[in-house]
Write a protein that binds this ligand. Structure first.
Ligand code: 5GP
Length: 206
């Protein structure tokens, strides 16, 4: 990925965990950051805006990007393609930013394989499965079968939380936001292997 001194913070967790609300709550307090806007083939939900929530593309367009090796990682989630474009991430890292990813467990594995030295990961979840169901129903943006699919996905994803550096239970939004802020600040202290080598060379100044 070239010279980089930014860091990555992966946020995973079921839709309905409150990831977006948490990011909104902490964004003023985490310094210079870049939120990676994924590309997806899933249909746009009501209230979503092209280029803000996602880049919405056709399956054909998505597959072309795969062929051109434009993705840092991509995965099929709930039957739709989702991917993280390399270019803006590379740019943000070279500017020393904290790069936030809202990606699933497959994405977390892929990002850790490629950028593990500068990556911190956090899994965000409601306190229980029934609370998740309540939130998904309350949101009422999805059809019942979509909600059912998200619930079974959440049950599968929760089995893999040990792959994350941190787990934040979003029961009380203010408290969860405080924890996430601390994690984001700590994530900044990660150093790439390149930076560590440079640091050691400079440190040995006698
Ligand atoms: P939603 O359709 O609710 O916006 O997202 C569904 C799931 O896809 C969420 O778990 C979200 O984190 C994940 N997701 C969104 N963008 C990406 C991406 O670029 N890569 C991967 N691997 N997962 C993503």
């Amino acid at each position: 990925m070239g010279i980089k001194n930014g860091v990555v913070l992966v946020l995973s967790g079921p839709s309905g965990a409150g990831k977006s609300s948490l990011i909104n709550k902490i964004k003023e307090d985490i310094g210079d950051y870049y939120f990676s806007i994924s590309t997806t083939t899933r249909p746009m939900r009501e209230g979503e805006i092209e280029g803000v929530h996602y880049h919405f593309v056709t399956e054909e367009e998505f597959k072309k990007d795969i062929e051109k090796d434009n993705f840092l990682e991509y995965a099929i989630v709930h039957g739709n393609y989702y991917g993280t474009s390399i270019k803006p991430v590379k740019q943000a890292l070279s500017e020393g930013k904290l790069v936030l990813f809202d990606i699933d467990v497959q994405g977390n594995t892929a990002v850790n394989n490629r950028l593990g030295d500068i990556t911190t990961s956090v899994f965000i979840t409601p306190p229980t499965l029934s609370e998740l169901e309540k939130r998904l129903n309350g949101r009422s943006t999805d059809a019942p079968e979509v909600i059912a699919a998200r619930m079974s996905m959440a049950k599968r994803e929760i089995q893999r939380i040990s792959e994350y550096d941190y787990v934040v239970v979003n029961d009380d939004l203010d408290e969860a936001a405080e924890y996430l802020k601390l994690i984001a600040k700590t994530a900044r202290l990660k150093k790439s292997n390149e930076e560590i080598n440079r640091f050691v060379q400079q440190w040995e100044d006698i």
